[in-house]
Write a protein that binds this ligand. Structure first.
Ligand SMILES: [Zn+2]
Ligand SMILES: [Zn+2]
Length: 143
């Protein structure tokens, strides 16, 4: 890794990682799996090429949970922080929770994905594109 890097980690500090910028994507995910696994209304993810991601410490504390036929979510088994999501559909990409980063990355969240799956108690009025459908990334018709 040679470019500008940022570090992140879990709540207890056992898992620490490093990402090299630039990132590929940043957005808010409203899917029910994110909601349940994080205990949150929605989850803000960013994505980097796998080659730009490096685990610094905590490989032994990282637990991987197969959350769907193609998706694996990773969390720290000591403190429970949800950190990464990987999909066999995009093997060269790692999704990382923006909230686990120590500092800013190179972009702001740019969309709401799986917006049609959102919790009824989440009010969104930031003007960002609202995407959904089968892939979570198709334009959603406003009700
Ligand atoms: Zn931890
Ligand atoms: Zn999601």
């Amino acid at each position: 890794m040679s470019g500008e890097a940022q570090v992140g980690g879990c709540l207890c500090g056992a898992v620490r990682f490093r990402v090299e910028l630039p990132t590929l994507f940043c957005g808010h995910c409203h899917c029910s799996m994110c909601r349940r696994s994080h205990g949150a209304g929605f989850v803000t993810w960013f994505a980097v090429p796998r080659a730009s991601f490096g685990l610094e410490t905590g490989e032994g504390e990282l637990t991987r949970f197969r959350s769907s036929e193609h998706g694996t979510r990773s969390f720290c088994r000591r403190c429970g922080s949800s950190l990464f999501c990987e999909s066999t559909h995009y093997p060269d990409v790692v999704d990382i929770t923006l909230a686990s980063m120590q500092g800013p990355i190179d972009r702001e969240p740019a969309s709401h994905i799986y917006f049609d799956d959102r919790a009824g108690w989440i009010i969104v009025n930031d003007g960002l594109p609202r995407l959904g459908g089968a892939t979570g990334t198709e334009p959603v018709r406003e009700e």
